[in-house]
Design a protein around this ligand. Structure first.
Ligand SMILES: Cc1cc2nc3c(=O)[nH]c(=O)nc-3n(C[C@H](O)[C@H](O)[C@H](O)COP(=O)(O)OP(=O)(O)OC[C@H]3O[C@@H](n4cnc5c(N)ncnc54)[C@H](O)[C@@H]3O)c2cc1C
Length: 404
């Protein structure tokens, strides 16, 4: 039976506790198998980690509480892939801007009307594995990692569809849909991320790792890397913003980080002198794509936000704003007589775009807006400027810096 993802921290903690005993050598041995939706050889924690209903640091801490790093390093490395992708995109924001622009242009140019594309996203390519995986994605909001790799490879090299539309299809349906992990993984399969190095899905590999459930014939046997215009030089990481200066602050939570107690514990100045007087949340899953997000993603996002706001520990009337317009945020700020708004930092992606728009609007009303970064990110991201392998070497040191 497919796993049901309940969008609360309580459910996330239960899923973590259930998985931790399997995070050691068992995970290292079996993680690449995809036995279908009832799988328990991987954690399926990604929808929770992506919204920080669970933080990376507490997931790693729970695993290291029961396993040595030497036996759980495969799992820890996978969590660090997420951190790496986010740090890399943060330093290469043009990759995101290009992707966004390409999706809009491809959709407008009628690619979405092309028969092959339409067939692929409703599970009618005639390649049985692809068709089942598309349905699984639509119905469950989740795919196994290996399956994501096969799907992307067949999409790009066998069906010869634009990778950006495949990434968009994933992003609209994945409960864990993440600007960095999704976009950069698709680029990696296409041979853009590690220039010239592609990932080719083969019948034998699929048959072996699905334990014979699928054995698709007629797949491409070569994968020539896609090419693109050279990327601009790397951007510096944004320095941490100064603490909010206002005497009355409001916390505005969003779908990138729903662990207010943990975040505020890292920034005690925000709560000192009882300055934090109000908490609200806003989210909009449809910002993921010009084609919107699936109902399942929208529901997961809003329920997770409800849960995050309810757990914020704030006095007063913590609630979710009716929409994400700057004018709605300003009305809330005025009703609470705020002179400063604090928010969790949002990495490159749709929420960052929303915050950039908001920043300009609140400034003209004399309200300051500042974002709070996580120590986990500020320590790790500077090391994500090159490939994953130099980053991986830093993992023991990064864990030690986190007291793990
Ligand atoms: C084409 C493609 C698209 C992807 N899109 C996303 C996405 O939008 N969001 C997303 O979170 N992951 C994405 N991934 C990475 C990976 O497939 C998922 O994180 C993983 O399958 C989630 O399942 P799990 O929680 O059982 O992972 P586990 O194997 O149990 O790993 C534990 C955690 O580590 C992180 N993680 C694991 N593998 C990766 C990886 N390769 N890259 C980044 N983080 C990883 C996740 O947070 C995951 O929950 C993508 C991979 C591919 C190939």
């Amino acid at each position: 039976m497919a796993r049901v993802f309940t969008p609360t921290r309580a459910a996330a903690l239960e899923a973590l506790a259930d998985f931790v005993p399997r995070a050691g050598s068992q995970y290292a041995r079996d993680r690449n198998l995809d036995a279908g939706p009832g799988r328990d050889n991987v954690s399926s924690l990604s929808p929770y980690i992506r919204h920080r209903l669970l933080t990376e640091s507490e997931v790693v801490a729970a695993v290291l509480g029961q396993h040595r790093l030497s036996s759980s390093e495969k799992f820890v490395q996978e969590v660090m892939w997420r951190t790496y992708w986010k740090g890399w995109l943060e330093q290469n924001p043009d990759v995101w801007l290009r992707y966004r622009r390409d999706v809009v242009e491809l959709a407008q140019a009628g690619q979405t009307e092309a028969g092959d594309y339409r067939d692929a996203i409703v599970g009618r390519t005639g390649i049985d594995a692809m068709d089942v995986w598309a349905q699984e994605l639509i119905e469950t909001g989740y795919l196994h990692n290996h399956t994501r790799m096969w799907f992307a490879s067949i999409w790009i090299f066998t069906l010869r569809l634009p990778w950006q539309l495949g990434a968009d299809f994933f992003y609209r349906h994945l409960l864990d849909g993440d600007a960095a992990s999704n976009t950069l993984s698709w680029r990696w399969v296409a041979g853009l991320q590690t220039a010239g190095k592609t990932y080719l899905a083969s019948q034998s590999n699929i048959s072996r790792f699905t334990e014979g459930r699928f054995s698709p014939k007629g797949l491409a046997t070569t994968a020539r890397a896609l090419v693109e215009d050279p990327l601009p030089t790397r951007s510096p990481l944004a320095p941490p913003e100064p603490s909010p200066s206002g005497s009355r602050s409001g916390l505005l939570l969003h779908e990138e980080d729903l662990d207010a107690p943990g975040l505020l514990a890292e920034h005690p100045s925000v709560t000192s002198h009882n300055r934090l007087v109000a908490v609200v949340g806003f989210a909009r899953a449809d910002d993921r794509s010009p084609l919107g997000a699936s109902d399942a993603v929208a529901e997961f996002t809003m329920s997770a936000l409800d849960d995050g706001v309810a757990r914020s520990g704030a006095s007063g009337r913590p609630h979710v704003l009716s929409d994400t317009f700057a004018s709605t945020v300003l009305e809330w700020a005025a009703s609470e007589n705020l002179n400063s708004i604090v928010m969790p930092f949002a990495p490159v992606g749709p929420v960052r775009e929303r915050i950039d728009t908001l920043r300009a609007a609140v400034a003209s009303e004399g309200v300051t807006l500042s974002t709070l970064q996580r120590r986990w990110d500020t320590l790790a991201w500077p090391h994500a400027s090159r490939g994953f392998f130099p980053f991986r070497e830093q993992i023991p040191r990064l864990l030690a810096q986190q007291g793990l």
